[in-house]
Write a protein that binds this ligand. Structure first.
Ligand code: ZN
Length: 593
């Protein structure tokens, strides 16, 4: 009898401990001000995490009941928490390889200061290397509101070559740079590009895409490479910086000169080793005109779309489809300093077989397209192909769409597509207004219409050769309609509320990697991807939104970036490599001193 009682007691004990494990959390974050984006429970005080998933949400008191001896307890001290931000259109895998060898002008307020940064960076740049300032800035952000001149770059750096690029509109090299690249009076202008020349025909150092950005691809490719170790270190720092600005997921749109699979190996290895902190979805970009069909045939034969090679987390490092170039002929260039390029008449006939292949192989696709005229032509082809080969829910999207009209948005919606927007107007909006006028800018793009339409819409940066990587710049843009110069290009009827903007940058963006059911909201069952912010996004003055950073970024239930009182919770960053990295002097996004 006694034996039986003992037996029953031990069964009870076992079931109790199992029950305890199921109901207790790995992490509890309490005393917070949490914006959940969950319609049923929009504001909460605390949340509990287990196995990378949100176990429960509620009051601090309720959540603290879920702790056990080993639960990580985090007092958010009343700070704002938001779902992790997601960049739905970026080029961070390519940027990662060069990030630590670049000088970033993101957010720098004066050209004077920018040139001083070049002078200091040149001093520590060794022989054989370049000072590079590629993307993330616009002349319109400066008090001076102009590009630097090649002469100014030469004065700032007489002995080291300097390469700078303003989006895909203009590139500038100093005298030393022209020498190293071997550009002389006798060098012919590249295809649809132009070297500015003085009266004697000597190139000044200013390079213009009129409108073809090939002029830049070639020059960037000519810059020196780095060791595998440096590229790894650089990628780690790039992704850590993304986490610092509250990103927990990114979608990578490939890029010119970024070849699959070889140049993806660095990030793939980091993901395999558990060193890629952010969920990354990537799309393959056709590298060579006229070989697109062949490349997509080979890539889609060898890989199923949706293949995740990160063993540590779901949707960790995932090949999700084709884009943003699936056909070079279908690409227009966003140089608003130059006239709109017209897509060639052969585009339709060449796009058809690629679309058919992707639909057959069930490969989601995204297509770069800036102007409404280009998008209309592309939609003509998609509509035609879809009649023959139904999309049947296959994910696809138009990316950019700065001048898209409501009618064209309706056509995308009818075909079940999405629209991935970026904050490129922050950088290029002033050029746009100069050429097309303020009236034309008011609904470029029609943000409010797109949002109200309910079509899948995501936000991103197109960083880092185009825009910056800072998602708070894109949130600020959607809320204020302002460019980098402070010019307000949209009226009240074409901006979003803070919560709507946040929704686009989280749940909206998640659609583009087929994760809208598992992330973007903070509620039971969703991924524990969230951010504790340095300032309160919901109440801070509008124009200060761009100064917000994360103080704790959690991905898959684990801290991946920490600052201030949370510094110790996250892994430390490795030393920057190379040792002369300009980031050692200035960091990345500009900070007021
Ligand atoms: Zn693009």
């Amino acid at each position: 009898m006694k034996k039986t009682i003992l037996f029953i007691t031990s069964v009870l004990a076992i079931s109790c401990s199992t029950k305890k494990e199921i109901n207790t959390a790995d992490m509890v974050v309490y005393n917070a001000n949490i914006t959940t984006l969950n319609e049923n429970k929009p504001n909460i005080e605390a949340l509990a995490v287990k196995d990378g998933i949100i176990l429960a949400t509620g009051t601090s008191k309720e959540m603290l009941k879920l702790k056990n001896d080993s639960t990580q307890i985090i007092d958010a001290q009343g700070r704002r928490i938001i779902p992790g931000l997601i960049d739905s259109h970026s080029h961070f895998l390519r940027s990662g390889l060069t990030y630590t060898r670049e000088l970033r002008w993101d957010g720098v307020p004066t050209l004077k200061e920018g040139l001083e940064m070049i002078r200091k960076a040149a001093e520590i740049t060794p022989e054989g290397e370049w000072v590079r300032v590629i993307g993330g800035w616009t002349p319109w952000q400066f008090k001076e509101q102009r590009l630097p001149t090649p002469q100014e770059l030469t004065e700032a750096s007489p002995n080291r070559p300097v390469y700078m690029q303003y989006f895909y509109s203009a590139g500038i090299v100093n005298k030393k740079g022209l020498e190293v690249l071997g550009i002389t009076k006798d060098t012919p202008d590249p295809f649809e590009g132009r070297f500015e020349r003085d009266a004697q025909g000597n190139p000044t150092g200013l390079m213009l895409a009129e409108p073809h950005p090939g002029i830049f691809y070639g020059k960037i490719a000519a810059l020196p490479g780095a060791t595998k170790a440096i590229e790894e270190n650089s990628t780690i720092h790039m992704f850590r910086e993304l986490a610092r600005y509250g990103l927990t997921g990114v979608i990578d749109a490939g890029g010119g000169g970024f070849n699959y699979p070889q140049e993806y190996n660095t990030a793939e290895q980091l993901a395999a080793d558990g060193k890629l902190p952010i969920r990354t979805s990537f799309y393959l970009f056709a590298q060579k005109p006229k070989r697109e069909l062949q490349d997509f045939d080979a890539w889609s034969s060898a890989n199923k779309a949706g293949k995740n090679t990160d063993p540590h987390k779901e949707h960790g490092f995932e090949l999700d489809g084709a884009g943003e170039y699936i056909l070079w002929e279908a690409a227009d260039y966003e140089n608003f300093r130059w006239e709109r390029p017209e897509l060639p008449d052969t585009m339709g006939k060449n796009l058809e077989p690629i679309l058919k292949l992707l639909i057959e192989r069930r490969w989601p696709f995204k297509i770069h397209s800036t102007y409404n005229e280009s998008i209309q032509k592309i939609l003509d082809v998609i509509e035609k192909v879809a009649k023959e080969k139904p999309l049947n829910g296959l994910r696809w999207s138009i990316e950019h769409g700065e001048t898209i009209t409501p009618e064209t948005v309706d056509r995308i919606a009818a075909l079940g597509g999405g629209l991935a927007l970026q904050d490129r107007m922050v950088f290029l909006g002033d050029d746009f207004i100069e050429r097309y006028g303020a009236e034309a800018g008011k609904y470029s793009p029609p943000l409010r219409y797109i949002y109200n339409k309910g079509i899948p819409v995501g936000m991103g940066t197109d960083g880092t050769r185009g825009g910056s990587f800072n998602p708070f710049v894109s949130l600020h843009y959607m809320i204020t309609g302002k460019t980098a110069s402070g010019r307000k290009i949209y009226d009240k009827d074409n901006v979003l509320t803070r919560e709507e903007a946040l929704r686009v940058h989280t749940i909206g963006s998640a659609w583009f990697s087929q994760e809208e059911d598992v992330k973007g909201r903070l509620k039971k069952g969703q991924y524990a991807d969230f951010v504790i912010l340095s300032e309160d996004y919901m109440t801070i003055p509008e124009d200060d939104i761009t100064t917000i950073e994360s103080v704790l970024t959690v991905v898959d239930g684990k801290p991946v970036y920490g600052a201030e009182e949370f510094t110790k919770l996250a892994p430390k960053a490795p030393e920057l490599q190379p040792s002369w990295s300009p980031l050692t002097l200035f960091g990345s996004y500009y900070k007021k001193k």
